[in-house]
Write a protein that binds this ligand. Structure first.
Ligand SMILES: [Zn+2]
Ligand SMILES: [Zn+2]
Length: 130
């Protein structure tokens, strides 16, 4: 069994923390460095790959060309603010019925989907109105 690494423990802690659920490797690396003083980018990358392989986290494509990760918990969609870029969870699945329609129109067996809504978050909306 592999020796437990402080980096991978820290990465797990970050994913378990409340308040934020999406992380890019860059952001994880930055936070790990802040917490531990120093950490190799490649060590963080390996820790993240390991968690992904174990099915604890999954990749999310937000269409910005970066890879983001989140904890593999219940399926949910995402919405991104056009102004500040904040990405928030949309609880539950809005596409359950659509999967059947997609399956019957394409002949594919649908295994997953990713959906990203765009909009303006409440903070940015109230700032615009102020
Ligand atoms: Zn915003
Ligand atoms: Zn999410």
């Amino acid at each position: 069994m592999a020796r437990p690494s402080p980096v991978s423990d820290q990465v797990k802690t970050l994913f378990a923390a409340e308040g934020r659920h999406l992380w890019s490797i860059d952001e994880l690396h930055e936070s790990v460095v802040q917490a531990l003083g120093a950490a190799d980018y490649s060590t963080v990358f390996r820790a993240v790959s390991g968690l992904e392989r174990d099915g604890l986290i999954k990749r999310i494509d937000l269409g910005d060309g970066k890879v983001h990760y989140e904890v593999s918990d219940e399926h949910h969609e995402h919405i991104r603010c056009d102004v500040c870029g904040r990405v928030v969870e949309v609880p539950g699945c809005v596409l359950e019925d659509a999967s059947f329609a997609v399956a019957s129109s394409t002949g594919f067996k649908v295994t997953s989907h990713q959906l990203l809504f765009s909009g303006i978050c409440p903070d940015c909306e109230s700032a615009r109105q102020a």
